[in-house]
Design a binder for this molecule. Structure first.
Ligand code: PRT
Ligand code: ZN
Length: 297
């Protein structure tokens, strides 16, 4: 294969992960010119191009070196690693991305009670994830029959082709609509940035590192709030104990009022009304909570 000097990222062409993945890359400052066939997008500015494919193809494209990175569900990445141990072992989850959350779960007909994995002995379980399900069954010493289905797994019990299913669940509405209930979660999933565990040692590696740094900043600010308030010095210990994530605040003296300060702190996660009200009771005034746009440590 010809060496490449531009980094190539694979992402889902059209599906649940497409929009949030595009938005994330845009927040990292990457801009793309979409080609007419919409499979390849040339990056403007940074030497980073996009390949738009089916999500199932992403781990293989990275393993074969066609792409360097990919945005894909953890479920798809792990399934690939379990089904292709030789090539899959070189792949790694570089960052969890905080969207596309779901779980891979075993579900049983609604009226069947569930006590423990042992109950699945001898049952037929339909799934599109034979690697992950097989691995879970082995680790729980359960001898069940894995029935592979590429899609519409949820109707297998009604058709009589399986006794239980193992499928992705987010709201659970699909299970309810098919008279099934979630019995055991086998993988908690979300979109991840996948790549080789060792980054390329050429320019592409440098670009990948730059992208990872920007990504860390974007993820951190997405989950951060800047909080500003005024308080008297003696109220500070009580207020700082209430700051979400317990950040170390920056204090600024208020002109002409030696016992008054302005407190500024970067809080992890959102700040609720209740937390603000607690801080007000502890002596805080004029509180402001602001979203953070960019952060570079
Ligand atoms: O065409 P391509 O192969 O690229 O797309 P796809 O159809 O295989 O993938 P897509 O877009 O459906 O899902 C892409 C990824 O999104 C998955 O690999 C998961 O990592 C993640 N994800 C998050 C989900 C769900 N949530 C989800 N709810 N993938 C599938 N579902 C299914 C679920 O199995 C159920 O059938 O959506 C249905 C609705 O779920 P409930 O529980 O909300 O009813
Ligand atoms: Zn798919």
């Amino acid at each position: 294969m010809k060496p490449r000097d531009r980094l190539r990222i694979a992402m889902q062409k059209s599906g649940r992960l497409t929009e949030p993945a595009q938005e994330l890359l845009a927040r990292c400052g990457l801009k793309f010119r979409q080609s007419r066939d919409k499979l390849f997008c040339f990056g403007e500015g940074e030497p980073v191009d996009l390949l738009l494919v089916r999500d199932d193809d992403i781990p293989g494209l990275i393993a074969e070196g066609v792409c360097d990175l990919g945005i894909v569900g953890r479920n798809v990445l792990r399934e690939f690693q379990l089904s292709n141990p030789a090539t899959g072992s070189g792949l790694a989850e570089l960052r969890p991305l905080g969207f596309g959350s779901c779980r891979l779960s075993i579900a049983l007909p609604q009226d069947e009670p569930y006590d423990s994995p042992q109950q699945l002995h001898g049952q037929r379980i339909a799934t599109s994830y034979p690697g992950l399900l097989g691995d879970w069954l082995r680790s729980h010493n359960v001898d069940a029959k894995v029935v592979y289905l590429a899609g519409s797994v949820e109707i297998a019990p009604r058709l009589g082709t399986a006794d239980a299913i193992c499928d992705l669940v987010s709201s659970g509405a699909t299970l309810v609509a098919n008279q099934l209930r979630e019995a055991a979660v086998i993988v908690e999933s979300e979109a991840v940035l996948a790549g080789h565990s060792v980054l390329p040692s050429d320019e592409r590696g440098e670009i990948a590192e730059l992208l990872l740094r920007r990504l860390d900043g974007v993820i951190q600010v997405r989950d951060s709030r800047l909080i500003l308030m005024q308080a008297s010095r003696d109220a500070l210990p009580a207020i700082t104990r209430l700051l979400p994530g317990l950040p170390i605040p920056t204090l600024t003296q208020v002109d002409g009022a030696p016992d008054q300060v302005v407190l500024q702190a970067l809080c992890a996660g959102s700040v609720s009304w209740r937390q603000l009200e607690d801080m007000k009771r502890a002596g805080a005034r004029d509180m402001l909570v602001l979203p953070v746009e960019k952060m570079l440590a």
